[in-house]
Design a binder for this molecule. Structure first.
Ligand code: GDP
Ligand code: ZN
Length: 304
């Protein structure tokens, strides 16, 4: 006789192996995925089954997702990173020098997934003028929450916890911004208890397809190496503008319904850039993402 089917949340994912925390409580279980097609990442709700005589568990079904944050690899193939998120916390720092285009790409990926972006400026203990963060102004103008912290000095952390409370937030950021330090400062104890089951499975957490969720008394933090060098998933060319709220907001004013806001006449977006109502750097970034998306579409073709 099969054990009754159990549902639960994936709290660690290592490709074809996942750790599931049962909905009714109890010890997390290491599970295999049934079949090749099941796409399961941290944050997914799944059904798991244990078969008679065997002590291993199998994920047999993924329950419907509220959303999934995904990425494009260099060949344009889409990979899921984490599911059922409330927020994407983009970590930036004055040093090492931040590439604003990467921040725009994280924000675009969050917009595509309909996950709310939040910007966390770390290393506030560095002297003023340590790096150029002037690219942040358009994000504040867009109304994105921006929180200033120092993982090292511990400043700003209560304000950050307030923004993360009651939510599941994936932390993203370029290597060196202090993402691990921040995770440690916020979730130190929870970090030390994860990874135990992965040792059994023999798969580490370093691959881009791995992801984990840390459940804290005030909320949940998700982490994945897949967000270090991030390109948003390939989308239909007309959808690239959805990654730039200030572009999307003006697109209705364009003469052509399928305007890509590059060279078309009577384009409300280009007019807003010329008038200084859309930040020039953000607009350039929109064009770069449009080009990157086009190159990836050409490489692999557009599929929904
Ligand atoms: P990650 O690559 O984003 O995970 O970054 P790490 O957490 O490994 O940190 C990269 C470097 O930045 C390390 O040398 C940290 O000690 C340093 N760092 C992290 N947070 C802070 C901070 O708040 N202030 C300062 N000054 N350095 C920090
Ligand atoms: Zn236009």
């Amino acid at each position: 006789m099969n054990e009754p089917v159990v549902t639960g949340c994936v709290i660690e994912s290592y490709g074809r192996r996942v750790v599931v925390s049962p909905a009714g409580g109890g010890e997390p279980r290491l599970c295999k995925l049934r079949g090749r097609k099941l796409d399961v990442v941290a944050g997914d709700q799944v059904r798991i089954e244990q078969h008679e005589g065997a002590d291993d568990w199998t994920v047999v079904e993924r329950l419907p997702r509220r959303n999934v944050l995904s990425r494009s690899d260099s060949r344009g193939m889409v990979e899921s990173i984490a599911a059922n998120l409330d927020q994407l916390g983009v970590v930036v720092a004055p040093l090492p020098a931040c590439d604003p285009f990467i921040v725009d790409r994280y924000v675009a990926g969050a917009c595509y997934a309909e996950v709310a972006p939040l910007i966390i400026v770390n290393k506030g203990d560095l002297p003023a003028g340590a790096g150029d963060l002037s690219f942040m102004a358009p994000f504040e103008a867009l109304g994105l929450p921006v929180c200033f912290v120092s993982a090292r000095a511990g400043t700003g952390l209560p304000d950050l916890v307030a923004l993360l409370s009651g939510k599941r937030t994936l932390l993203a950021g370029q290597s060196g911004v202090g993402k691990s330090s921040l995770l440690n400062a916020l979730a130190g104890d929870a970090l030390r208890t994860t990874g135990r089951l992965s040792e059994k499975s023999g798969e580490g957490r370093h691959t881009t397809t791995s992801s984990a969720i840390f459940r804290l008394p005030w909320g949940e933090l998700a982490d994945s190496p897949g967000v270090r060098d991030y390109a948003p998933p390939v989308v239909a060319p007309a959808d690239v503008q959805r990654g730039f709220p200030e572009v999307l907001a003006r697109a209705q004013g364009c003469r052509f319904q399928d305007c890509q806001h590059v060279r078309e006449p009577q384009c409300a977006v280009q007019a807003a850039v010329a008038a200084g109502d859309i930040d020039g750097r953000r607009y350039e970034s929109y064009r770069r993402l449009l080009n990157l998306n086009r190159q990836l579409v050409e490489k692999r073709g557009w599929r929904a």
